[in-house]
Design a protein around this ligand. Structure first.
Ligand SMILES: [Zn+2]
Length: 184
């Protein structure tokens, strides 16, 4: 047989396939969520669910149970005006997240000004930089804004998938080391 005959080269795909199958449980869950989010839920620019939080009246509804409501700057009204939605967890009742850039802030003090905090912690957010209300935007301006928000969704989803993969790699590495030490 000639050495350059392609049939001479043994396929290695089986090994790679076995390897991927072995690893997939660790990261495929995260990857599937990412693809689902990007293709099914979020990427239609006029998806009703996706555009809801552009409107103040929908954001303010999320501030049920917000710990600051009187004699302070970070009232639900000011939080919602500055683009925040209330995203509390069991241990952190005062977490708020910008619906647009997805910046999460907690540890609010009564004197914190939501707009100033948003600008200082997320200076590249296109929403907080708007000089007119959403209702005053032209259709073109709105679509351009949606493009930026979708970019933020992709960045966030990819970072989550990377984090998940890194975690899986770390625990797999620890398992390998443990097995190697046991064999010594
Ligand atoms: Zn923002």
């Amino acid at each position: 047989m000639l050495r350059n005959d392609v049939s001479y080269v043994k396929p290695i795909t089986v090994d790679v396939g076995t390897f991927l199958k072995f690893e997939k449980d660790f990261w495929l869950g995260g990857f599937n969520c990412l693809v689902h989010d990007l293709t099914v839920n979020k990427m239609d620019p006029l998806n009703e669910e996706d555009t809801r939080m552009y409107f103040y009246e929908n954001r303010i509804k999320s501030f049920d149970g917000w710990p600051f409501d009187e004699d302070c700057k970070c009232t639900p009204e000011n939080m919602a005006k500055a683009g925040f939605i209330h995203t509390p967890t069991e241990n952190s009742p005062d977490v708020a997240m910008c619906f647009f850039c997805f910046k999460e802030l907690e540890g609010w003090e009564p004197e914190d000004d939501p707009e100033k905090e948003h600008k200082s912690h997320s200076p590249s957010c296109h929403f907080i930089a708007l000089t007119k209300t959403v209702e005053e935007l032209t259709v073109e301006e709105f679509f351009k804004l949606q493009k930026e928000r979708h970019k933020n969704i992709i960045i966030k989803s990819c970072n989550q998938a990377i984090g998940k993969f890194e975690e899986a790699a770390k625990s797999r590495r620890a398992e390998i080391l443990k097995t190697a030490l046991e064999e010594e």
